[in-house]
Design a binder for this molecule. Structure first.
Ligand code: FNR
Length: 378
């Protein structure tokens, strides 16, 4: 309604409301390295494309005369009440996209009451982002360092700064083969992280002769091996539990056996995700991974979903297949690239309005009404 009313005054939205088209127009707002990093994927891009194709293979079956005049998009996720089943995925180094980076994201998310998940690879410190986020709901995403002291220090800071839920990303213990970045020798982490997490962390800084600003090379050389490698294992999860008294969610689960293992290990939720096709080229589409995982653990834990969400219909399809809520990645980064905080808000509000309308026209009053029977599958 707002958009049409503005139209009467000759005003149009700041940029497209078609979130599937945002990537193409974001190219004009980003240098080629940053664009390649955000839009890029692992290898040939097969999994990135598969993420979208999997949505296309499933279609909603709309119901008629079912009175969906009044809708309620509210839900609870891990015990917290949310206005809609949509969260902002952790996206690192956002200052390569816009100078305000995560601060703009924190403000836009708070203004809509949507949880943002702050990446360990943030361009601003977690305290700065918490301040920008104010009373907004915020979660913290951990790239799990192999130095326990640094890990405990980061977790303690995140708890103190009001991050409620810990999302531990498992699929990125080293960066994938990403031709867009390799071809441009583009190192987003060095360009975007600057002095932020973990460089700002006292335990990390204590391991350096000079502060990271004075000796960035030394900081990077210490940082890279600390955040890569396979020495974190299932039996190390109790360490995280010891240092985090809120819900813990594992992100990057795709195999039902890993989902079972996660639940057996006592975590509170999982995110079915293939990192937006950015890690294992040739991996299955995230939406195809969802039903087997829901079947394996859906009764015992909360299953969240990401990778490929671009429209309201996509959100509904993931929820129909058993996801409790979804996370959105690239679209909001593109909104940030277009117009900072306002651009990001435009993207999120467009997605939520599309979700609400599509829910209504599909004949449902709440996303929780949808089941796999509401989908047609090619
Ligand atoms: C990511 N993602 C990500 N995930 C994470 O756990 N920590 C991180 O720091 C990042 N950084 C990051 C940067 C960029 C530029 C992108 C595009 C993605 C992955 C992200 O959380 C999410 O899994 C995907 O973005 C979801 O796929 P879509 O929505 O981008 O298709």
């Amino acid at each position: 309604n707002e958009i049409y009313l503005h139209g009467l005054e000759g005003r149009v939205p700041p940029f497209t409301t078609d979130l599937t088209a945002l990537g193409a127009s974001a190219r004009d707002h980003l240098d080629s390295g940053a664009f390649g990093y955000v839009a890029g994927a692992a290898g040939s891009g097969a999994t990135h494309r598969a993420n979208r194709e999997a949505f296309d293979r499933r279609r909603l079956i709309p119901r008629m005369l079912s009175d969906a005049t009044e809708r309620d998009l509210r839900t609870t996720v891990l015990g917290a009440a949310l206005p809609t089943p949509v969260l902002l995925a952790p996206v690192g180094v956002q200052s390569i996209v816009h100078p305000d980076g995560e601060l703009a994201t924190a403000r836009a998310a708070a203004s809509l009451g949507l949880p943002m998940v702050l990446s360990t690879a943030s361009s601003y410190t977690l305290e700065q982002v918490a301040e920008a986020n104010g009373e907004g709901p915020r979660w913290f995403q951990l790239y799990w360092p192999n130095d326990d002291e640094v890990c405990a220090s980061i977790l303690g800071r995140a708890r103190a700064a009001g991050y409620t839920t810990l999302v531990v990303t498992l699929d990125t213990w080293t960066l994938a083969w990403r031709p867009q970045d390799l071809d441009q020798s583009y190192l987003p982490f060095i360009r975007g992280v600057g002095t932020a997490i973990p460089f700002s962390d006292p335990a990390f800084r204590a391991g350096l002769a000079k502060p990271p600003e004075e000796d960035l090379d030394a900081a990077v050389l210490r940082w890279v091996p600390m955040f890569t490698g396979t020495d974190r294992s299932w039996d190390r999860l109790p360490f995280l539990r010891e240092h985090w008294d809120g819900p813990i969610v594992l992100k990057g689960i795709q195999h039902p056996d890993d989902a079972r293992r996660a639940v057996d290990a006592g975590v509170d939720g999982i995110v079915v995700s293939n990192h937006g096709g950015r890690q294992v080229d040739g991996a299955l589409a995230s939406l195809d991974a969802l039903p087997p995982v829901v079947e394996a653990v859906g009764a015992r834990t909360e299953v969240l979903f990401d990778s490929g969400i671009r429209t309201g219909a996509d959100v509904l399809k993931a929820l129909a297949l058993g996801a409790r809520a979804v996370l959105v990645g690239r679209p909001f980064a593109y909104g940030l690239a277009h117009a900072g905080e306002d651009g990001l808000r435009h993207v999120l509000r467009s997605l939520l309005a599309d979700l609400d309308l599509t829910l209504a026209l599909s004949g449902h009053r709440s996303p929780s009404e949808l089941t796999p029977d509401d989908l047609w599958h090619r």
